[in-house]
Design a protein. Structure first.
Length: 224
């Protein structure tokens, strides 16, 4: 039996139904890799960031998330280079889908009794997304912005419903605006922690904060 179309499982009709000791025999999710590209690249390397944002409350199946990831990755590898971007698929498909398989052969009415025991067997997994939730994020070098937007446009076709492509005002995957990041970096307010930045707080023991400070801030503290 082939896969059902997305219209069968697109709407959030019932309660969340996650995998548990009561819900067993769930097939594996089709998406296994959520981060592609230069995942370990420093936060300084990729200042540009763009997102696919959902404009509907709906369910997005794991097959659609995997198809979007592959489409965006293929385009960016070809036109931007494999070391100049980092794709992150944001939602995880925890919700279990069910199917009540019906016979469609001749004489099926003699073999099957319709709605009796119609709860259904596990069929696949999906992510339940809300309006305004980010589906896919891409950070890249500043000069690769147009390629990122085109890759997200192609990935958007893999989802049912309405989505919007947004260019972020933040620096990469951080929660800091680009202007604030430039100023804070000079003042020693931020320190790099992988692909995000941590903020040096103005409270608490200095001994605990010393390893977070920039070299300039450390020297000024030693002089004082």
């Amino acid at each position: 039996m082939g896969r059902r179309p997305a219209k069968c499982y697109r709407y959030c009709k019932n309660k969340p139904y996650p995998k548990s000791r009561f819900c067993r025999g769930v097939p594996d999710s089709k998406i296994r890799i959520y981060d592609v590209g230069s995942r370990k690249a420093d936060v300084e390397a990729f200042p540009f960031c763009a997102h696919i944002v959902s404009r509907e409350r709906e369910q997005v199946c794991s097959e659609a998330l995997e198809a979007a990831r592959i489409a965006a990755n293929k385009y960016l590898v070809k036109y931007a280079g494999k070391d100049s971007f980092h794709i992150r698929v944001r939602p995880h498909p925890w919700h279990v889908l069910r199917i009540n398989k019906m016979l469609s052969c001749a004489g099926a009415d003699r073999l099957q009794t319709g709605m009796r025991g119609a709860f259904g067997k596990t069929y696949g997994t999906a992510a339940r997304v809300r309006i305004g939730q980010v589906l896919v994020s891409v950070r890249a070098r500043g000069d690769k912005g147009q390629h990122v937007l085109e890759a997200l446009r192609r990935a958007k076709f893999k989802f049912a419903g309405q989505q919007q492509i947004c260019t972020s005002r933040n620096w990469g995957f951080t929660s800091v605006k680009k202007e604030e990041y430039e100023e804070g970096k000079k003042e020693g307010k931020f320190f790099v922690d992988g692909n995000i930045v941590q903020t040096v707080r103005n409270r608490g023991p200095i001994s605990k904060q010393r390893h977070l400070m920039s070299d300039a801030a450390r020297k000024s503290l030693a002089l004082s």
